[in-house]
Design a binder for this molecule. Structure first.
Ligand SMILES: C[S@@+](CC[C@H](N)C(=O)[O-])C[C@H]1O[C@@H](n2cnc3c(N)ncnc32)[C@H](O)[C@@H]1O
Length: 241
C-alpha cells in the first residue's frame, strides 16, 4: 500500500535515527541562537518531525512553536506541552512575528520546486522581526554522490521491519529514499521520499531576491565556511529591515 511521506515512517523514525546525536545537534543550534538573538526570543521550528529537537531547545527558549507538514510525525513524539502546528513551510499560517525561525536535518530539501523554496524564504522574511534569524541546514550534492548506485538499509523498530533504498539521480538532482515497511501480518507500506539537491548558489540567489541577508554559510556542525568537501551546509540569514 502506497502512503504519503512520513505517514508510516513516523512509526519507525526513532529506529532509523538511533545513531543521530540530537543532544549535540541541539547544542549547535543553541550556539547559533545565543550568538544572534535575545534570551526571551520567540522560536518557530519548521519540519520539526517528531519534535526531538523541539523538546531540547524549548527547555532554553520557552516561547516555542514546532511545525511540520506531517500530522503523523507531530503526533508520534513524546506527550508534552509543546505548541505544535501542522503546516507546509512554504505556506505558513502565522500572523505573529518570530525572532528565530529554523529547520534541521534536510527538511528544506523536501521543497522540490524552486518557486516553493522562494515562497518559503518570502514567508519567513515576512514572519521575522527586524534583526531576526532564519537558520537551516541543507544536504549538498557531495553527500548525494555517495548514493548514485543505490544503497539499502534494513532494520526493525516498534514491531515493524523496514528497508530503505536510497538513490541519487544526478540529472534531476533528486535524492530518493524509498521505504518498505511491514509488520507481522505482512501488510507492506511503501513510501517514496524525494529531496531536491539544489546547487548551493540557489539558496544565496533566492535569499537575495527576497531581501534576506546571508550572514554565514557554514560547513554544518562547525563555524567554518562551507567548502568543496562539505556534505551539508548551515545557512544563517538575517532580516535586515
Ligand atoms: C528528515 S525529517 C527531519 C525531522 C526533524 N527536523 C529531525 O531532525 O528529526 C524531514 C521532516 O520535514 C518534514 N517536511 C517535509 N516537507 C515539508 C514541508 N513542505 N513543510 C513542512 N515540513 C515538511 C517532514 O514531514 C519530516 O518530518
Amino acid at each position: 500500500m502506497k502512503v504519503k511521506p512520513y505517514e508510516q515512517v513516523s512509526a519507525i523514525y526513532d529506529g532509523l535515527m538511533k545513531k543521530l546525536d540530537y543532544a549535540s545537534w541541539s547544542k549547535y543550534i543553541l550556539l547559533i541562537a545565543k550568538e544572534n538573538v535575545k534570551d526571551k526570543a520567540k522560536f518557530l521550528e519548521l519540519g520539526a518531525g517528531n519534535c526531538k529537537m523541539a523538546k531540547l531547545l524549548s527547555e532554553e527558549y520557552g516561547n516555542y512553536y514546532a511545525s511540520d507538514i506531517s500530522l503523523s510525525m507531530l503526533r508520534s513524539g513524546d506527550k508534552n506541552n509543546l505548541k505544535k502546528i501542522c503546516c507546509d513551510m512554504s505556506l505558513l499560517p502565522f500572523k505573529e512575528k518570530f525572532d528565530f525561525v529554523f529547520s534541521t536535518f534536510d527538511s528544506v530539501n523536501y521543497i522540490l520546486k524552486q518557486k516553493s523554496l522562494q515562497n518559503l524564504f518570502t514567508e519567513v522574511d515576512y514572519l521575522l522581526r527586524e534583526d531576526g534569524i532564519f537558520t537551516f541546514d541543507v544536504s549538498l550534492e557531495k553527500n548525494s554522490l555517495n548514493f548514485t548506485t543505490g544503497k539499502s538499509t534494513e532494520g526493525q523498530h516498534n514491531g515493524f521491519n523496514y528497508k530503505m533504498i536510497s538513490k541519487y539521480n544526478k540529472l534531476s538532482r533528486i535524492h530518493y529514499n524509498n521505504f518498505y515497511i511491514w509488520n507481522e501480518s505482512g501488510l507492506i507500506f511503501k513510501e517514496m521520499h524525494k529531496e531536491k539537491i539544489y546547487p548551493i548558489n540557489t539558496y544565496f540567489k533566492l535569499a537575495e531576491k527576497v531581501g534576506l541577508h546571508v550572514e554565514s554559510c557554514y560547513d554544518c556542525f562547525t563555524f567554518k565556511d562551507v567548502n568543496q568537501k562539505s556534505e551539508r551546509a548551515q545557512f544563517i540569514m538575517r532580516k535586515i529591515n
